[in-house]
Write a protein that binds this ligand. Structure first.
Ligand code: NAD
Length: 339
């Protein structure tokens, strides 16, 4: 998604150059890592998160504690709260907003569709309103999703692919977000960059995602449930390790407006976990999941210098190491909504 601001410094440069960033969804998986990385390189960061209970709230609180120990404060509040946003922009002259707050997850949309409209549409508009009224007007970088490619049957997906066939309400709200952010760019000149993440995984990750529940089940000696697509086709996902996503987000903040797209390398299903798993293979329910995703990252490479470096095997090892240190063996005490 093209936008209008000019670059403030070379993309991906290791040193902070005085960016002042509001990170929404800061207690979330990606938000925590991005906030830490920004802080680490010396940029100013303030987090905002409503700590909703879509998945284990204690994990979000633990992430908040981690952020606090690194000097990142997370305000508890909702992006729909326009007065809170106006106050934050009044107090801090944010140069950038990294907008990661959203109702994530594809399947949960069938259970609670309103939460997607609340966070991904109404919340986005509320945030953009606050950004366009702020002085200075911050450049916005936000997370869209590979899900906008929907039921495309040509891979790898690139920005040129059609996005008019979303397979879930989640995907539809992300697609709507792309149109909405375009509009704020056209009407108000707001600098907005949308990044289409492809299945992000890693330490402090989301319990509702397959790699997380696979790890838990394998460690507890329980079978994992593997979905099979129509006509017995294996499902496939293009996984992106969290550190690669963080580098992409920071490069995008640094270029603040000239960039678009991100993703990961094509990989098969998770071998590191699969070898040890007892599998229940079941037909994929019609729940909004698409059969496969696969990213063409040429544009992100060209515009952001984006270059993912972590192999799936290495990334999963890092995740499992974190999981064991966080939960320990056989302690299924954490709760899951969708696993
Ligand atoms: P996450 O659920 O861990 O983080 C989102 C955070 O936003 C949560 O902490 C939640 O409490 C907060 N939040 C939700 N609604 C809010 C609201 N109305 N006001 C304030 N805070 C709110 O998810 P994540 O995996 O870190 O994803 C970050 C972003 O990346 C999301 O926009 C998601 O849709 C997008 N994305 C993620 C993936 C992935 O694989 N993780 C893939 C594609 C896109």
């Amino acid at each position: 998604i093209r936008a209008s601001a000019s670059p403030r410094r070379p993309p991906g440069s290791a040193e902070g150059a005085g960016l002042s960033v509001l990170v929404t969804g800061a207690a979330g998986f990606v938000g925590t890592h991005c906030s830490l990385a920004l802080r680490k390189r010396g940029d100013g960061v303030l987090g905002l998160d409503n700590f909703n209970s879509y998945y284990d709230p204690s994990l979000k609180k633990a992430r908040r504690a981690l952020l606090g120990s690194h000097g990142v404060f997370v305000v508890e509040g909702d992006i729909n709260d326009g007065r809170l946003l106006a106050k934050l922009f009044d107090v801090v002259p944010f140069t950038h907003v990294l907008h990661l707050a959203a109702q994530a997850g594809v399947r949960y949309a069938m259970e609670n569709p309103a939460s997607y409209v609340h966070s991904n549409i109404a919340g986005l508009v509320s945030l953009l309103e606050a950004c366009k009224d702020a002085d200075p007007q911050p450049a916005v970088v936000w997370a869209s999703s590979s899900s906008v490619y929907g039921l495309n049957d040509r891979v790898p997906f690139s920005e040129a692919h059609r996005t008019d066939r979303p397979a879930s309400l989640y995907a539809a709200t992300k697609k709507a977000g792309e149109e909405i952010t375009h509009t704020y760019n056209h009407i108000y000149g707001l600098s907005v960059t949308g990044l289409r993440f492809f299945t992000v995984y890693g330490p402090w990750g989301r319990p509702d995602m397959a790699y997380f529940s696979f790890t838990r089940n394998i460690l507890q000696g329980k079978p994992i449930t593997v979905y099979r697509g129509r006509d017995r086709v294996d499902l496939a996902r293009d996984f992106t390790y969290i550190d690669d996503i963080v580098r992409g987000c920071l490069a995008s903040l640094d270029t603040a407006g000239r960039s678009t797209g991100t993703g990961g390398k094509k990989r098969g299903p998770a071998p590191y976990l699969r070898v040890k798993a007892k599998k229940n293979v079941v037909e994929m329910p019609g729940n909004g999941d698409v059969p496969y995703t696969h990213a063409n990252i040429s544009l992100a490479r060209e515009q952001l210098g984006y270059k993912p470096t972590t192999s799936l095997e290495m990334g999963l090892k890092k995740f499992v190491r974190w999981y064991l240190s966080y939960y320990g063996y056989n302690r299924g005490t954490h709760t899951f909504r969708n696993s």
